[in-house]
Design a binder for this molecule. Structure first.
Ligand code: DX5
Ligand code: ZN
Length: 221
């Protein structure tokens, strides 16, 4: 099996009063990316952070910033998030009326474009724009909060997504986000995901090192 699996630490449930410290800690423990959840209180019921904080995060880590926009009208904010230091910008399919245009704009800003699918959204909807994106983010919970349980039927969707990508001969990452834990990560990997967002599994555990070591052992064994 190709061993290009990556761990993205989602800071949503980190201790925000010590955010720099939290990020440096997971960086030193060998995670591959920092996943940053942007929430607007409209597309999702929760409100999180904006570009100013993304910029501050960028100044304390050399890891790629994987910025997940759970906001309405994402086009209005792409430039700000690009300038703040995003390496990947993910937009939610459900928020984009003109998805192709949005993707082109992200590319113009020299950021990798990615599209997220809510649990009820179909990977088939991406068929005609697939060549233009670097990553598909499969939401394995409804977006909005950390700490929710993984939705089991998403395994089938990951497989379907992988199949669609493979049939087109493309090399697009499949990221999974929501409820990813040590107990289910192998199943999710076997379904076809290669980038794993871990939030509460890391940040709500007393021993980050043990979690990250276990996860790597499971992924790469
Ligand atoms: C949910 C967010 C996730 C969340 C993951 O809307 O997109 O990134 O922080 O947290 P866990 O791993 O706890 O489900
Ligand atoms: Zn996320």
């Amino acid at each position: 099996m190709k061993k290009d699996f990556k761990i993205a630490a989602s800071i949503l449930n980190a201790d925000f009063s010590r955010l720099a410290e939290e990020i440096k800690k997971v960086e030193s423990l060998g995670v591959d990316m920092i996943h940053i959840d942007i929430m607007d209180g409209h597309f999702v019921p929760n409100i999180s952070i904006g570009p100013m904080v993304v910029k501050a995060i960028n100044s304390v880590t050399s890891l790629p910033l994987d910025v997940h926009l759970m906001i309405e009208n994402p086009d209005d904010y792409l430039e700000e998030f690009a300038i703040a230091g995003s390496d990947i910008i993910t937009v939610q399919l459900e928020t984009c009326t003109h998805l192709y245009r949005t993707i082109q704009r992200i590319k113009e800003l020299k950021v990798k474009p990615s599209v997220a699918l809510n649990p009820a959204s179909l990977p088939e909807e991406l068929e005609y724009i697939l060549e233009n994106i670097d990553m598909i983010l499969i939401m394995t919970v409804e977006p909005g909060f950390g700490g929710q349980p993984f939705i089991p039927s998403m395994l089938k969707k990951i497989k379907k997504t992988k199949e669609i990508i493979k049939n087109k001969g493309l090399n697009i990452d499949i990221e999974v986000d929501g409820g990813i834990k040590r107990v289910n990560i192998e199943k999710v990997r076997d379904a076809g995901a290669n980038i794993f967002v871990l939030g509460t599994e890391i940040f709500k555990n007393n021993d980050y090192a043990a979690v990250i070591t276990d996860v790597k052992e499971k992924l790469f064994k």
